[in-house]
Design a protein. Sequence first.
Length: 211
Amino acid sequence: MPDAVLYDYWRSTAAWRVRIALNLAGIDWVSRPVDLVAGDQRAAAHLARSAQGLVPVLDIDGIRLTQSLAIIDYLEATGRLSLTPADPAQAARARAVAMTIACDIHPVCNLRVAAHAATLTADPDTRAAWMRHFIRPGLEAVETLLHPTGPFAMGDALTLADLCITPQLYNAARWGVPTDDLPRLTRAAAHCAALDAFVRADAAAMQLTTP
């Protein structure tokens, strides 16, 4: 029996953050896909797991957790991870990066939000334009918060910020948002790309293993 069950979707950036965290923690976990495109998140079975009808949902330690940052915080609080810098100022900066992505960029670029915007305009190009409109300024702001030389987002050590950056850059590329001129972001993501925990959590890897 695995130690944890993650209800996720291979392309969900929120679920992706948690997959990285579970891998970093060395937890034996299994994915239970929730197909957001097919509408599985609105099924009664999933609404019983998440009243919001969102992913990720993590079953671990006999409890059920939602919201990616809360899940990662739980893994750290229970001693499985160490992603918070010891220096309070650096810790606050790492959280600021994570929240800029998870609380500012991600919500307005959520699948259901962008789909609703496209429905209101009846223009098939609305979704992509919407994504680009919000993702690029958000990433520009994140760039200013990162360590100038790295190699990770906050400097020499991996932090929560890195777990949020990698999936968000995937989403940026998906919607044609240029990031080559954001050297701190792209450097941190490239450094993380070589780590096994990130490789195994990657969207492409999850897509290949999804039934």
